[in-house]
Design a protein. Structure first.
Lengths: 1195, 332
């Protein structure tokens, strides 16, 4: 598969290999003075880069370092922008999706005031029936009415070009610009492009326009008033006063395009036409899909078809005349393609605009509209060809969809999924990796090597799954002699690599392989045994497609050179060896240089080991002689046969990677999905699992409590059940007496069981296990052991264990150990191995799960909690379990309050009906139901029995009220409403709402899982970030203290507040959750949650929690307003005076170490400040803990 | 007044008492106080292989290891392009100490396996170290490795360091070798300029309640000197390099003994940590007085005067020592 690539020649200097986010940020940073941002996928990296560059002192074209500020929300960022612009500073921002929506009010102001601004949007789906982080134009379309110009770039090259044009034209036109490009497909695609230098940027700026902008700044030296309130007499006329600026803008944009062309040779038009000069069928669209359309049009025109495409650049103000002049006179039919959906509209926005333009221009052309590509749905030449085929029909389908199968309203166009037009001189490689093995990073380096050191064009696009532990990454790389316009995934690759062999068990890795392709596998098998070890399906594909098969034991190489499991250098050098994209000696030179460049900043040893990996790998790469027949074992089905029907039909297809093929009819119509589905997804990502030494175990259940994945569980077993156990299933007599006898009358047995396919191997359980073997203290009651030798046996054990009956909740004592005999209704989430948040949620589900409603703020917990295909929220044998919903990031407290109000309304209605019909139902039952004590599990169980009795009585009554009461009867059982989320929500974006809900006095419970950064979007600082920690936007270490959310809440007096850290004092966590739940008013529990963003091994999470508490950095307390009535101080401190120094806690975490390494003096100052702050907090709390609040009315 | 000058690692020292490797050098004021108290040279605290390697690898693992695994987060910690992770701090402090004092400054590297950390020898030289002390602190715990293999590896480390710098290199040893004289001779052959006897770092202690091993650092006391005296006496008689003693010198008399046994320089640490930098001046005064009282004209007269080659009864340093001592017990 040697490829006809050109010999190396000198490249133009300005060639860079970057993704669009970086390319755009590089423009915006150089043309702005103030950058106000808030992180949101997929735009976050633009703000992060801008911040990094400013931190490094990089200047804009005016010679100044732009000021980058992170706000508490996009609304805040927009307000800051508005102010900065009014103050006369050039400002910008980066955002997407809901973030853009939060900016709309300010955007209307900025537009109405004709204020120059260029902002950049990585266009992303809006959350509707579901959240999606992926790309389409639904966000941008919401900004149509803001008065902003909407400028759309279609590729990584166009993105910085258009960004520069936006910044330039906004000054001349006075109309603010929203420049957008497709989230992920463009924002995250890495490509070789020509960059614009400072000189080019300066020449695009109009000096007079810039000076006019600065002159309009609000200043007391020339005072004016903006933001008036106007009345009916004037508002209308004043609103029309700016019309001429909109009329002039398209001309100004075209002029800037022309100037750019003079500078770069790249000519753009408001509407670019490509295709046959006498085209009869034309597609109109904008965004990354236009790239694939251009490719397809070229292919079709080369085959004699009269087709073409119009690529929309400036969508607002829409220049209808320019569109008409771009269209060949020969056009007969047009398909306007929208990457958005407006339910109920006559058609989507671009379709309507095209029709209007044609109607106003008196052009009688048939126009049909279609939707494609929502949420980054693939948009391929096959689909594009189907659109052209549709246009050729006598009556083309209108309001169609393409790319899906709509078997309900039959909107979809059929297409030939096998159609492919990619030329053979483009090298295509697809590489499957495991999230933490460095595959994506090394592939980005590979693209840079090809892009920057050869004359070839290079493209990289990366697909991630939504799990955070054991996540798979798929890298799609293309290299070729011409600019690459293939804005879709590779279907026929000449090189496929699998960097983690177990992926072959679950994924169709070789689907992407073209016949005769090369397949590289990282496996511990050598060439003699590698083929035999493959699943049958993989073997057959290798035979059918006649693949060349190579193996390397990359983990062994990495281990030998001391790189743990970081195999990126090993696999990268093998890629170069097998793909022949460069002569090997040249490749090695570049690889060595790229190792130096990438890891030089980590130090010589990291470089040395990676270089060693490069040297050692080639000698250990082996070609496998492929036998003539496949003899392997077939892969197991994606879900077991026992799974419910929906899981079999829908979830299984998604798990198998066939979600794209599911038709519309397969889906819930309103975003409602079943829970308890992670149990069917056996991911088997752990390499080691805990092994239990039953006699040594002290049955403390701390392992079960801390397990983030509910993968190790304790259970009491009735000896009569144990007789049916598999032979390897272990039990020992239960040591405690509180639970009395088992139902059979015998003493309870105790079992501790691991779920071998669900354990991620994080090791937290072993780290917290206190039971050491006295004669061999290295051995504990649980030790991590390789899973493979015991997998089959433990699967059988788990299967038996998971079907055992649970102990009666009403009989379980309230201590910590016993809490672990309650069934967890949160299990096997895709959270990171060793996650610090999930143990709290799991405990919550054990305590209140069967009557729990959860409002979950967007963030990590909404992703591992609600990202399809499966959810960890589970059900008990009665079908009860947490009901969960995610509304938004910013509104979670209010959303939760709404849930609570609804719960109350339903109970109130049920109670009223009960009272009305009391006589028929029996006074005793009604009184019991209305006055039930539901403060403990016994009371709850009795109430459930009464409800069952009520339903039984109502079953025979045919009145409307009886039916209604029957429906509402369950509302009489107390519900527990919890508002959960992270610190980004509670401290920042949602704080206003949270504060209001706490102030309202409503009986809701709030659990803040405080990781002290925005974890989900990649570790940006929040107001919870502690002093001295490095976080994004605080790279030098945060210099301000952490917001004391608990103290703020305590100031109300009526809010129950607790600060907990399970790893430090688990019993206090349990007590706090129970007290919070029982408190008849608002409760706030702030829970220390260790996180990979802290930069250390999560196995040591509990240890660090302990140090955080012992150093006084994280005090434990409970503030219970109920104590006031008893005369006691409401605040109880649950942690003692500091035993260790904050420094001893901080020195173990990368987030603090980075600061110490970067600037030791500054770090020392920050540590001292942190120590002072901890001492001050302690002093305040100690004083508060002695404050007695009088309950007398006149004291 | 006796002539106190001596040479150590190619440096001419005003007298033999120098500040050994310790955290005292972390603070420039203390460094100045050490010079004021008369320290003839300053040894930097050790830059540890573990510190270098594990810090680098930890950052590699926790920053690079999480990169590119998730659609929403490219990584989880801020980009580190603008700061170097490595011993910059150390080198910076070395530079500052050089600027702060006039006496020779000796850099110190501590490790036991070949690796990238050795590159820092060169960086220390560039930062201005007059000489380097390489601390080979390793306890073999692998039964598969022979004494010869262990020694070969250590020699290869020493050769790499010696080859990479122009300044003299000293090696600080532990007492645990099958044939210390043979190994010391090979070190001398590898180009080592001086040997320091002996290192004494963390000593593990058993915590019987927690079932853990605690690492404790105990300051030396005078009882540790005798082991060093014996080996100074034996090695200085056979191996043509200069020697320094480290551990157990707490007074002027102790310094005299060490010099007599073969040391050219006397490193003092524990006494300074206990009593402050000013203690060095007292030691120097005690040494001077002793020389005066005993009518020695120079330190050179003293150095090695009681080593194996020159002592009246060399068997006292050898195995016969043991027998005599036992007989002595018996007679009593």
């Amino acid at each position: 598969m040697a490829l006809p690539l050109h010999p190396r020649t000198a490249m133009p200097q300005q060639t860079v290999t970057v993704d669009a986010n970086e390319a755009v940020a590089a423009i915006a940073h150089r043309l702005s003075e103030v950058i106000a941002i808030y992180p949101i996928t997929p735009s976050s990296s633009m703000g992060e880069l801008a911040d990094e560059w400013s931190a490094q002192g990089r200047t804009n074209v005016f010679g100044q370092v732009p000021k980058v500020v992170e706000l508490q929300s996009e609304g805040g960022a927009a307000g800051t922008l508005h102010g900065a612009l009014q103050g006369g500073a050039l400002a910008t921002t980066f955002t997407a999706s809901q973030g853009l929506l939060l900016m709309l009010p300010d955007m209307l102001k900025i537009g109405g005031e004709l204020t120059p601004l260029a902002m950049h949007v990585a266009a992303r789906s809006l959350a509707t029936h579901a959240l999606s982080i992926f790309g389409d134009h639904s966000d941008v379309m919401m900004a149509r009415g803001t008065g902003f110009a909407l400028l759309c770039s279609s590729s990584v090259q166009e993105a910085p070009d258009f960004a520069a044009v936006a910044h330039a034209v906004t000054l001349r036109a006075r109309i603010p610009f929203l420049h957008f490009f497709d989230g992920f497909r463009t924002s995250h695609e890495v490509s070789r492009i020509d960059a614009l230098d400072d000189q080019a940027l300066r020449s695009l700026l109009d000096a007079k326009a810039l000076s006019d902008f600065r002159r309009r700044a609000l200043t007391p030296d020339a005072p004016v008033l903006r933001g008036t309130a106007q009345n009916p007499d004037t508002f209308f006329q004043a609103r029309e006063a700016g019309n001429r600026f909109y009329a002039a803008t398209p001309g100004l944009v075209q002029a800037a395009f022309d100037e750019l062309a003079a500078l770069t040779g790249r000519q753009y038009r408001l509407f670019d036409y490509v295709g046959h000069p006498q085209a009869e069928r034309v597609v109109v669209l904008m965004g990354s899909g236009a790239e694939a359309v251009r490719e397809t049009v070229d292919w079709l025109v080369a085959r004699g078809e009269k087709v073409g495409a119009v690529i929309v650049r400036l969508f607002r103000p829409f220049d209808g005349a320019a569109l008409l002049s771009a269209l060949p006179a020969s056009v007969k039919t047009i398909a306007a393609l929208d990457r958005t959906k407006e339910p109920g509209a006559l058609g989507e926005p671009l379709y309507q605009d095209v029709i209007t333009a044609l109607a106003e221009g008196d052009r009688g052309v048939r126009v049909v509209g279609g939707r494609y590509g929502l949420s980054s749905k693939e948009f391929t030449p096959a689909m594009i060809r189907a659109v052209f085929d549709n246009l050729a029909l006598p009556r083309p389908k209108n309001h169609f969809t393409v790319g899906i199968t709509d078997d309900v309203t039959h909107t979809s166009l059929p297409y030939d999924a096998e159609f492919d037009l990619e030329p053979n001189d483009v090298v295509r490689a697809v590489l499957f990796g495991l999230g933490s093995d460095g595959t994506v990073s090394s592939n980005k380096q590979t693209i840079k090597i090809i892009g920057e050191y050869t004359p070839n064009y290079a493209q990289g696009y990366f697909v991630y799954d939504s799990k955070k532990s054991g996540a798979m990454t798929v890298s799609h790389l293309r290299f070729g002699p011409r600019p690459i316009r293939s804005s879709y995934l590779i279907k026929h690759a000449s090189f496929v690599a699998c960097h983690y062999a177990p992926l072959l068990e679950r994924h169709n890795v070789l689907d992407a392989a073209a016949p005769g392709a090369t397949f590289l596998l990282n496996t511990h098998h050598d060439k003699a045994t590698a083929f035999a070890a493959l699943p049958l399906e993989v073997q057959q594909t290798i035979l059918d497609k006649k693949l060349k098969f190579f193996v390397i034991d990359a983990f062994a190489v990495a281990k030998d050179v001391g790189l743990d499991r970081y195999i990126s250098a090993v696999m990268q050098v093998c890629f170069f060896k097998l793909s022949h994209v460069l002569p090997m000696d040249e490749a090695l030179t570049h690889l060595r240089a790229s190792v130096e460049k990438a890891y030089g900043k980590r130090g010589t040893e990291v470089v040395r080991r990676n270089l060693l990996a490069l040297e050692q790998s080639l000698g250990r790469l082996q070609e496998v002689t492929v036998p003539k027949v496949a003899t392997g074992t077939p892969r197991p089905p994606p879900v077991p046969k026992a799974a419910p029907d929906f899981v079999q039909r829908v979830t299984a297809a998604m798990l198998a990677g066939h979600g794209d093929a599911l038709p519309v009819s397969a889906f819930p119509i309103d975003g409602t999905w079943p829970t308890a589905t992670t149990q069917w997804e056996k991911r088997a990502v752990g390499l080691e699992v805990p092994a239990w030494d039953a006699p040594l175990c002290i049955q403390c259940n701390k392992c079960s409590l801390i397990c983030p994945h509910a993968a190790i569980r304790a259970q009491l077993v009735d000896p009569s059940d144990a007789t049916k156990a598999p032979s390897a299933f272990k039990t020992v007599p239960f040591k405690a007496k509180e639970l009395g006898q088992a139902p059979s009358g015998q003493g309870w047995l105790y079992a501790l069981q691991v779920a071998p396919d669900d354990c991620t191997g994080c090791g937290l359980c072993v780290a917290v296990c206190p039971a050491k073997d006295k004669s061999n203290p290295r051995h504990k009651a649980i030790d991590m052991k390789p899973v493979e030798p015991v997998r089959a046996q433990e699967r059988e054990n788990w299967d038996f264990f998971s079907k055992l009956p649970h102990v009666d909740r009403a009989k379980v004592p309230s201590d910590l150990k016993s809490s672990q005999f309650l069934e967890p209704l949160f299990e096997f989430s895709g959270a990171c191995a060793g996650c610090g948040e999930t143990p709290y949620l799991k405990l919550l589900s054990q305590l209140f799960g069967d009557r729990l409603l959860i409002a979950n703020a967007t963030g990590c917990s909404s992703i591992y909690g609600g990202n399809l295909p499966t959810t960890p929220w589970a059900k008990n044998k009665d079908g009860r379990g947490p009901a969960w919903a995610n509304s938004l990031f910013e509104d979670n407290a209010e959303f939760g309050l709404g849930l609570k109000l609804a719960v109350d309304a339903r109970r109130q209605l049920a109670s009223a009906l009960l009272k009305q019909h009391g006589g028929h139902l029996g006074d005793e039952l009604v009184t019991g139901l209305l006055e039930a004590d539901q403060s403990d599990e016994g009371g709850l169980a009795s109430q459930r029995s009464r409800v069952a009795a009520l339903k039984a009585k109502l079953a025979g009554v045919a009145t409307d009220d009886a039916r209604l009461l029957h429906e509402l009867a369950d509302a009489l059982v107390k519900k527990s409403v919890w508002l959960v989320g992270g610190d980004g929500w509670a401290y920042d974006i949602g704080y206003g709402g949270l504060d209001h809900v706490l102030a309202s006095g409503a009986d809701v419970n709030v659990l803040v899982m405080d990781t002290e950064v925005y974890s989900n979007t990649g570790g940006q600082q929040s107001k919870a970030t502690p002093l001295g920690a490095a976080a994004k936007f605080a790279a030098a270490g945060k210099s301000m203290g952490k917001k004391d959310l608990g103290l703020l809440a305590m100031s109300y007096g009526h809010v129950y507040v607790a600060s907990v850290a399970m790893g430090a004092k688990d019993a206090q966590t349990l007590k706090a959750l129970k007290e919070a739940e029982s408190y008849p008013g608002p409760s706030l529990v702030i829970a220390y949650s260790h996180c990979i963003a802290h930069g250390y091994d999560m196995e040591r999470g509990a240890e660090q929690q302990k140090l955080a508490v012992e150093s006084g950095v994280w005090p434990l307390y409970r503030f219970d307003p109920r104590l006031v009535a008893t005369g006691a101080p409401p605040l109880q401190l649950d942690s003692g005076p500091p035993k260790v120094k904050p420094r001893d806690y901080m020195k173990n975490e990368g987030r603090f170490r980075m600061v110490a390494l970067k600037d030791p003096k500054r770090f020392d100052r920050l540590v001292e400040a942190a120590e002072r702050l901890a001492a001050q907090r302690r002093a305040i709390y100690e004083q508060l803990a002695h404050v007695h609040v009088s309950t007398k009315e006149h004291s | 007044m006796a002539i106190l000058t001596t040479t150590w690692l190619g440096q001419t020292l005003a007298h033999p008492l120098i500040a050994g490797a310790s955290p005292l050098v972390d603070d420039l004021d203390t460094v100045r106080r050490l010079e004021d108290a008369g320290a003839a040279a300053i040894t930097m605290h050790s830059l540890f292989e573990e510190q270098l390697v594990s810090e680098q690898l930890a950052m590699h693992r926790h920053v690079d290891g999480w990169r590119g695994m998730n659609a929403e987060a490219a990584d989880w910690l801020p980009g580190t392009a603008d700061f170097l992770l490595g011993p910059d701090q150390y080198l910076e402090q070395l530079r500052k100490v050089r600027e702060a004092v006039k006496v020779p400054v000796i850099g110190s590297l501590n490790g036991s396996t070949p690796g990238g950390w050795l590159a820092y020898a060169k960086l220390m030289e560039q930062a201005g170290a007059h000489a380097l002390e390489l601390n080979l602190y390793a306890l073999p715990s692998d039964p598969a490795r022979s004494a010869g293999e262990v020694e070969e590896e250590q020699l290869s480390i020493v050769r790499q360091v010696v080859a990479s710098v122009r300044v003299p290199v000293g090696v600080k040893l532990s007492p645990f070798y099958s044939s210390l004289p043979h190994f010391a001779a090979r070190l001398a052959g590898a180009g080592v300029s001086g040997l320091v006897l002996f290192n004494r770092l963390y000593q593990p202690d058993v915590n019987p309640e927690a079932l853990e091993v605690d690492r404790v650092l105990k300051l030396s006391d005078a009882s540790e000197l005798t082991l060093r005296l014996r080996w100074l006496a034996i090695l200085s008689a056979h191996v043509q390099v200069s020697f320094a003693v480290s551990g157990g010198v707490h007074d002027g008399r102790g310094a005299v003994k060490a010099l007599m046994a073969g040391a050219s320089a006397v490193q003092v640490v524990s006494a300074l940590l206990q009593h402050g930098p000013g203690r060095l001046k007292q030691l120097k005064d005690e040494l001077t007085s002793w020389l005066h009282e005993h009518e020695y004209v120079s330190v050179q007269q003293l150095v090695g005067s009681m080593n194996l080659a020159r002592v009246p009864d060399p068997s006292a340093y050898e195995r016969a020592n043991y027998v005599k001592l036992l007989q002595g017990w018996h007679k009593r």
